[in-house]
Design a protein around this ligand. Sequence first.
Ligand code: HEC
Length: 396
Amino acid sequence: MAAYALEWLNLLVRWLHVITGIAWIGASFYFVWLDNHLEAPSKASDIERDVSGELWAVHGGGFYHAEKFRARPPAIPDRLHWFKWEAYWTWLSGFALLIIVYYVGADIHLIDRSVADISRSAAIAIGLSCIAIGWVVYDVLCKSLLARNNNALSLVLFALLCGTAWGLTQVFGGRGAYIHFGAMLGTIMVANVAMVIMPSQRAMVRAAEQGKVPDPRYGIAGKQRSVHNTYFTLPVLFVMMSSHYAFTFGHRYNWALLIALSLAGALIRVWFVDRHKGKQSALTLIAAAALILLVFWTGIPTTQIATKTTASDYTRVQAIIAQRCAVCHAASPVQPGIAAAPKGVIFESEAQIRSQAILIAQQSAITRVMPPGNLTQMTEDERALIARWAASAQAR
Ligand code: HEC
């Protein structure tokens, strides 16, 4: 019952997370697009009113006319819309999910004893510190002298992210390492909203209310963080989906794949932002495609030599699966914390095992992400036998 209730909590919180995430990133993409498509005001009266850019659009049921006032509008309207709760709720629901999936289920999804034999509390402490330290270091760097040179700052941040990706894969299983990389970046994005972008907007509104010109420092800091958030978005979204793709987080060089795909995501965003401004460069897209192709190529499974397996091999395979897999992958799993067969995958009858031979080999012998964290201590010989058996089953 408790595990079943936890599954429900997982569903509801994930649902909320996806909804708020769409609302946040949707609005953020829209404003980046809007800003980059603004045109200089056409009427003299608008220039007099201090309009710095305007845009016409048509969308579901009407025409919209947006005007941007860079310095200050003639008056602050009574109802001024702010955009922050989408970001805050995305973080709150994401953090709740991190606890529900990765901390409550630390033995299954976070810890891999073949990577590092750490206790649950140590793993959780490392995970949380990584997220917190990530923000502190990033924030200090953005406020330091280094930030005067955008390229230097980007390069240092990139090097630190590479180090973090590598470090995380040295303490956690692939899935847990990936999610902490994404959670750290996501936390930086939300903290940028809460700690820099919101305060700078509040200062802007306050100045406008007092009829003053706002201190340009606020605008510059807010802009720097908005730009970073834009480029962090696609990498974070990749990480949030990555747990479906064992060939990424289960790869031997999973940290390098994570960096390559994150970089590809950032480049794709660069291309879109440039495109809004009418100056997109094919080179950016080619670089992103090259990175994705490179990752594809490094993950091509090496062909298994289909040596003959005998009938008695199946008996052994069945025993291995019963011992190493069926504690979770059964109609009524006995593994604590597993309420129902994960993903509906069940290996109990001979028909179920034989019909899923390829899937079994893929997960346990090729990407090796099953059993998770090698919880049931599958041996190398067992993995090799499964690979052989599946290859000959396929050849037949
Ligand atoms: C401790 C419990 C546990 C054990 C033991 C276990 N699995 Fe899994 N398995 C899971 C979970 C949890 C998932 C779902 C992962 C996810 O959410 O993507 C899963 C998913 C799978 C999938 C579906 C993958 C997909 O993305 O569709 C396959 C296939 C699989 N496991 C095979 C195996 C094999 C083969 C073994 C034994 C060598 C095994 N599992 C042992 C927990 C377990």
